[in-house]
Design a protein around this ligand. Structure first.
Ligand code: CP
Ligand code: NVA
Length: 303
């Protein structure tokens, strides 16, 4: 594995090895021991969009492994692909640092960075996917259920970047993903076909949130208005009415159900405050596991 751009591009063995390494690095981290495998290594972190979790967890992960992160806002370098082409940024950074992580609008940007860089490139969220999130989520599911394979996730809401990465994770790690979205906001058929190509029937789509959760081990949701869609906020909030993960929806699921959200959560829209704060919620375990998965990823790609 040279880059980490999409779960669909990784083998099941590679993903399981990353999860195993995440567990062992997490145990080491909790015991206060450190592994300075990235001493002398530098990671450039390029962000076209805001971030709390991704930025801080990568920065902490890199520092904890003995390396140095450099945070780069688009305005610092005159935009990614604006002041100079993406392929030149990739080649220049390859002469200075040992890895690039990038959060960009277009997925094409991270693909081009990886194509022209001769150092590892990590997708830290694009409009198309959020693979680090879905892997941290798989790690969290494994911790809560003692297994990943065979777990049923009901994803309620927008068929967006997070849903797509969960679909690929479902295919590769043999989970079942049922997506319930309003008309016009479904995950695209091509992505569902790709996921189902990894494990036939692992991803299904419907329009009724209640029907989606009846067999769910996990109810998962994400914002209805992703970064870059702010102009559509009012329209989206109207069209997603009835898709809130609230106490009534949780009550329609099995009693053991856990609720997940990649955060940031917009309470009163895609998730209620009551559910966010309820014992079903494992939102902050997910957020924590971003750190542990990314330590494993950085170690794998950069040490
Ligand atoms: N979940 C997630 O990626 O959060 P940030 O946007 O804060 O990084
Ligand atoms: N779908 C959201 C995820 C945020 C972590 C977005 O792209 O804004």
């Amino acid at each position: 594995m040279e880059d980490f751009l999409a779960i669909s591009e990784c083998s099941t063995d590679e993903l399981n090895a990353l999860l195993e390494e995440s567990r062992s690095l997490k145990a080491m981290y909790k015991s206060g021991r450190r592994d300075l495998c990235l001493a002398g290594k530098t990671l450039a972190m390029l962000f076209e969009k805001p971030s709390l979790r991704t930025r801080i967890s990568f920065q902490v992960a890199m520092t904890d492994l003995g390396g140095s992160p450099i945070y780069v806002k688009p305005e610092d370098i005159g935009g990614i692909g604006t002041r100079e082409p993406v392929k030149d940024i990739a080649r220049v950074l390859s002469r200075y640092v040992h890895g690039i992580m990038a959060r960009t609008f277009e997925h094409r940007t991270v693909v081009d960075l990886a194509r022209y860089a001769d150092i590892p490139v990590i997708n830290a969220l694009t409009d198309w996917s959020h693979p680090c999130q879905a892997m941290a989520d798989a790690l969290t599911i494994g911790e809560h259920f003692g297994r990943i394979e065979g777990i049923t996730i009901a994803f309620i809401g927008d068929g967006n970047n997070v849903a797509r990465s969960l679909a690929f994770a479902a295919g590769k790690l043999k989970m079942k993903l049922i997506i319930a979205s309003p008309a016009g906001y479904e995950l695209d058929d091509a992505s569902i076909r790709v996921a189902n190509g990894f494990a036939p029937g692992c991803v299904t789509q419907m329009s009724d949130p209640r029907a989606a959760v009846t067999q769910a081990d996990v109810i998962y949701t994400d914002t209805w208005v992703s970064m870059g869609q702010e102009d559509e906020k009012d329209k989206r909030r109207r069209e997603f009415a009835g898709f809130e993960v609230d106490a009534a929806l949780v009550a329609a699921a099995p009693k053991h159900v856990r609720v997940m959200h990649c955060l940031p959560a917009y309470r009163g829209f895609e998730i209620s405050d009551e559910v966010t704060e309820s014992p079903h919620s494992i939102l902050f375990d997910q957020a924590e596991n971003r750190l542990h998965f990314q330590r494993a990823l950085l170690r794998k790609l950069m040490s």
